[in-house]
Design a protein around this ligand. Structure first.
Ligand SMILES: [Fe+2]
Ligand SMILES: [Fe+2]
Length: 415
């Protein structure tokens, strides 16, 4: 996103939030005691001031301390989203009152016009209840959800899998977003869980950081602990290019992006990972082999398209099983399925399952499914498959509700 677009987006979002704040206050104020009204106004003044302050700091290239940038920003976001959704009840009430007012005007109902049309108490309580339930759920997700790693076990059936690869254990993780970690401890906990799975191969499918590569430097020693018998293969995600910090309002932004990428390559190399930038590797066991292809970020819509499948697939042995690492799952329907039927399985991340949703044995939902057809788990179309990992870290909202951070254990099987 360029500088002007970012500023315009900020003003639109800030405008909606401030309007919702004022509208929510006037809608529920008759239900609040004087003490609670003053509390509401103080919290609103603080959240609006913080949003403006953090955006001005961001636009001027100043990075706030992690606790402010991650948790104060996150809680501010939770308060505002809860208010916006609470406003739906008030909007229903105001439409009802508008309709009654218009009817009183037409019928010249003086009693209704002079006495006013009062709010429905249950709709006001609905607004307050929605705010309360959502806000406490979001806070619970921050306290308990962010590091509640869960292991998803998947059997991946492949028709032409060589015998030596039968039972191969691949651990996939994605979207670490280490810029959201106040310490390396949660990362170390996740890597311990991975080590206990004794993986043959690890795939890391991008978004190591939130904004810039420097965020990874304090975690460098712990990143080295992500290991596997036949190696760790990694790719970049949309957050790994510095695109959200270095924009065309800065005269030297191209140099800064180039530095960001060079440093990112160094971080992967020092961690002992094999970073695949539109290229492939052959994994050989005994006298048999499969191909692991990794492309740079390619996302549909507004997301950057650095990925180059032609380059990545060049010289791949056509007789091998082909496993593709591609951060954004929208790449599968856009490029892989139509133009690369030779790819057997894609491994993606990026959606985070929106860090919010419901998953049970029989039913699952996340708002992110309105944006991505493949948003979590294994999908199959024709002879091709894609696995979308829900992500290990978080970005924006500093927690998770209903969609746990994921470590995937994939076992290859011959179909
Ligand atoms: Fe991500
Ligand atoms: Fe992403």
């Amino acid at each position: 996103m360029n500088h002007n677009k970012f500023v315009a987006t900020f003003f639109i979002i800030a405008g909606i939030m401030i309007l919702a704040d004022v509208y929510f206050y006037f809608g529920i104020k008759s239900k609040l005691s004087r003490k609670w009204r003053i509390t509401y106004l103080i919290v609103s003044a603080l959240t609006i001031s913080f949003m403006i302050f953090s955006t001005v700091a961001y636009l001027n290239g100043y990075k706030l301390p992690p606790f402010l940038r991650i948790y104060v920003f996150g809680i501010t976001f939770c308060i505002n989203i809860s208010k916006i959704l609470g406003c739906i009840w008030l909007l229903i009430d105001d439409l009802r009152r508008l309709f009654k007012f218009a009817k009183a005007k037409i019928t010249s109902d003086k009693v209704a016009l002079e006495g006013g049309i009062p709010r429905k108490k249950f709709l006001q309580l609905g607004a307050l209840g929605t705010f309360g339930v959502l806000f406490s759920t979001f806070i619970y997700g921050i306290v308990r959800g962010g590091y509640n790693y869960s292991i998803h076990t998947v059997s991946l059936k492949l028709k032409n899998l060589p015998k030596n690869f039968e039972g191969l254990k691949i651990v996939q993780i994605s979207d670490m977003h280490v810029g959201s970690f106040l310490s390396s401890d949660p990362l170390e906990d996740a890597f311990k869980m991975i080590a206990e799975l004794n993986p043959d191969v690890v795939f890391f499918t991008g978004d190591l950081v939130n904004d810039i590569t420097e965020e990874a430097l304090p975690h460098q020693e712990v990143l080295k602990k992500l290991k596997a018998k036949h190696g760790v293969y990694s790719i970049l995600g949309n957050h790994d290019y510095g695109d959200y910090v270095y924009n065309d309002s800065m005269p030297d932004y191209l140099e800064k992006k180039a530095h960001n990428k060079t440093l990112m390559q160094q971080v992967h190399r020092e961690a002992g990972w094999d970073l695949l930038l539109n290229e492939h590797r052959e994994l050989v066991i005994g006298d048999q082999k499969i191909s692991i292809i990794g492309i740079e970020n390619w996302g549909s819509g507004r997301f950057a398209k650095y990925g180059d499948m032609k380059k990545a697939m060049a010289s791949v042995d056509p007789d091998t099983v082909k496993l593709l690492l591609s951060h954004d799952p929208s790449h599968w329907d856009a490029q892989v399925r139509p133009f690369h039927p030779e790819v057997d399985v894609s491994f993606a991340g990026h959606t985070h399952g929106m860090q919010f949703g419901i998953e049970t044995k029989f039913f699952r939902f996340s708002p992110v499914q309105w944006r991505y057809d493949q948003w979590a788990g294994l999908y199959e179309k024709g002879h091709q498959q894609i696995y979308v990992n829900r992500g290990l870290g978080f970005v924006g909202y500093p927690g998770r509700v209903g969609i746990s951070p994921e470590i995937t254990l994939i076992t290859l099987e011959r179909a």
